[in-house]
Design a protein around this ligand. Structure first.
Ligand code: GLA
Length: 378
């Protein structure tokens, strides 16, 4: 009898996948998903409710986003054999993020990357920011946009789209002006995760918004990303000092380990870059219009991620500070170089580098940038 029950429930479970034990249908037919966006309670922070939204497209690709930090917690895509796995590192519960991991999946602001000596002068006034990275300011300060609760609004469930809004008050983390920020994540049927960033201010302020997703296209952090290949359409990069602040120079990548103008295995020359890659590439597209600027590929899974952006820069970071202490959702240690970031941005320390493209947003202006991470399988 017991065995009968087991067999029966096994049949019921399998039935979800094959419709009927007696009359199996092709898995593709059953696997057809209808695009949707769902919302689940995910806890509370700073007396605000935190939710986890699941965006699914018609192909069954699934992205999870929480309104805490606007974090992309999960990005599940099929490999060349049709097997699904998660191509970004992250956690299944809010507590993992409240323990302050290094910006996993998060929205970064008010200023992505570093501002030297944690200060800048604008219209004759010097603004002091938190020095949260040695003597420098990193990723918006002690409580950047990655550590606040955003207001979320579902915009569409046919092409699942989620808008996140946040008001960064005048003086927050030392920055001038009330900055109204709105970020919209959309998952298309072409497996594109599209991110649109909008902002307006009532006082001139630096703004440089990005997303800090850590990719491992194998879907398994037991593999490093050193065997992934990367192409960055950039003839130049911005060299840095020992504290990772750009020297101000725009240097050719030619003949250096920074040359990714044609696809190259990431591990090939990484040993000649002290600490690993953590630099800003000066994109040939120069910013302004949405253009393909980088392609990351893993030949084993067959997955690639194409990066499109309107931004002039790309911070390519090889997870140099990952040391295995954090545990991924699947229980595996996130060790050195097991995940990497492609942060589209304006150049680090621009508020102190008059020759870099300006990051100053003035009252009456509209900040608008777009970045797309498109997953392609070959
Ligand atoms: C960015 C920086 C890195 C590091 C990571 C987070 O990519 O450039 O130096 O701070 O964020 O650990």
């Amino acid at each position: 009898m017991k065995l009968m029950n087991v067999l029966l429930s096994a049949c019921m479970v399998i039935a979800v996948a094959v419709a009927s034990c007696n009359n199996p249908v092709k898995v593709e037919e059953v696997a057809t998903t209808k695009a949707s966006i769902t919302k689940a309670d995910w806890g509370e922070f700073d007396s605000s409710k935190v939710y986890l939204y699941t965006l699914t497209n018609n192909k069954g690709t699934e992205v999870k986003i929480t309104n805490y930090g606007g974090i992309v917690t999960s990005f599940v895509t099929a490999d060349k054999a049709g097997n699904k796995s998660n191509i970004v590192v992250g956690f299944d519960s809010l507590s993992g993020y409240l323990a302050k991991p290094p910006y996993f999946g998060a929205l970064i602001g008010r200023y992505g990357n570093r501002i030297g000596d944690a200060k800048f002068t604008l219209d004759g006034t010097t603004y002091k920011l938190a020095a949260n990275n040695g003597k420098n300011h990193l990723h918006g300060g002690l409580k950047g946009f990655d550590k606040v609760v955003w207001d979320a609004m579902v915009m569409s469930d046919t092409v699942p789209s989620l808008m996140l809004n946040y008001l960064s008050k005048d003086g927050e983390e030392g920055y001038p002006g009330n900055l109204k920020v709105s970020v919209t994540y959309t998952l298309t049927d072409d497996d594109e995760l599209k991110i649109e960033y909008n902002a307006e201010t009532d006082k001139a302020t630096p703004v440089n918004l990005t997303n800090h997703s850590y990719f491992n296209l194998s879907g398994d952090v037991n593999n490093t990303i050193l065997n992934h290949t990367l192409m960055i359409n950039a003839d130049n990069y911005t060299p840095v000092d020992t504290t990772l602040i750009p020297t101000g120079e725009i240097k050719s990548v030619k003949g250096t380990p920074f040359d990714f103008t044609s696809a190259k295995v990431i591990g090939k020359e990484i040993d000649s870059v002290p600490g690993g890659y953590d630099h800003n590439w000066v994109l040939n597209s120069k910013g302004g219009s949405l253009q393909k600027v980088a392609v990351l590929s893993d030949s084993v899974s067959g997955r690639s991620v194409e990066v499109y952006t309107t931004e002039p820069g790309l911070q390519f970071y090889t997870g140099n500070f990952l040391d295995g202490t954090l545990i991924n959702r699947d229980g595996k240690h996130i060790s050195l170089h097991t995940a990497m970031c492609m942060e589209t941005q304006h150049f680090p320390d621009s508020p102190n580098k008059p020759d870099f493209p300006s990051t100053i947003l003035k009252p009456g202006e509209k900040y608008h940038t777009e970045t797309v991470y498109k997953v392609v399988v070959n």
